[in-house]
Design a protein around this ligand. Sequence first.
Ligand SMILES: [Zn+2]
Length: 263
Amino acid sequence: MKSAIAIAAHPDDIELMMAGTLLLLKKAGYEIHYMNLSGGDCGSTEHDAADIKEIRLAEAKNAAQILGAHFHLPFCNDVQILYDVKTLRRVASVIREVKPTIVLTHSPEDYMEDHINTCRLAVTASFARGMRNFESDPLRTVDNYDCTIYHALPHTLRDNFRRRIIPGAFVNTSSIQETKLEALKAHRSQQNWLDISQKMNSYLQAMEDISLQVGEMSKVFKYAEGWRRHLHVGFCDADDDPLKDLDNDYLINEAYEQGLDKI
Ligand SMILES: [Zn+2]
């Protein structure tokens, strides 16, 4: 069975930008996996780090269950997701265990360093999947297989210089928007925190708004998620694009493709 993994920084990041695609991949026959690198220890104004981590672990496990995804434990703390060898070995171990055909992760440009570093870790861990002299922690069998990486849009749909990020492809999430919302609702502890820290009136509304905006960008779908496919070198064949398994729910953005120099 083919598998797909979403690797994000914090509990609720997958639900905000990636969960629709993950759900559709499950419907298309993929085994799906869910991993946040951080336990979310800073996401509270009322609980101490140990308490909020416990609360958020339960919430994230619940969200993964709603999505029907295999859950992988977090092992970092907020604003401490660093691109270092210790973390890389941990991420590589999960990649080697899951052997994903598809890796969904953050945009290389995003509003928060945790997201950027998670993206870099996911990319390098995937790149090193077949390198026998790179040790994962814990150790796993090394294997070379084709693996395609897709980057989600940044949360603001912009880079840190305020420029719009244009997706290379869209996934129609209209049919599973309800389930995506249910999974996001599992992160109940985040309502107050996001109100205060990021002036998000409602994180549920924020997800709805982003999905509608990306849908509008697609000019076809009501709700959508946007993706940019990573350069194939070191991962797969040049034309590999396994999100095509989503058939009519996958739409390549021709304007983006035409803007690329021929490889
Ligand atoms: Zn995040």
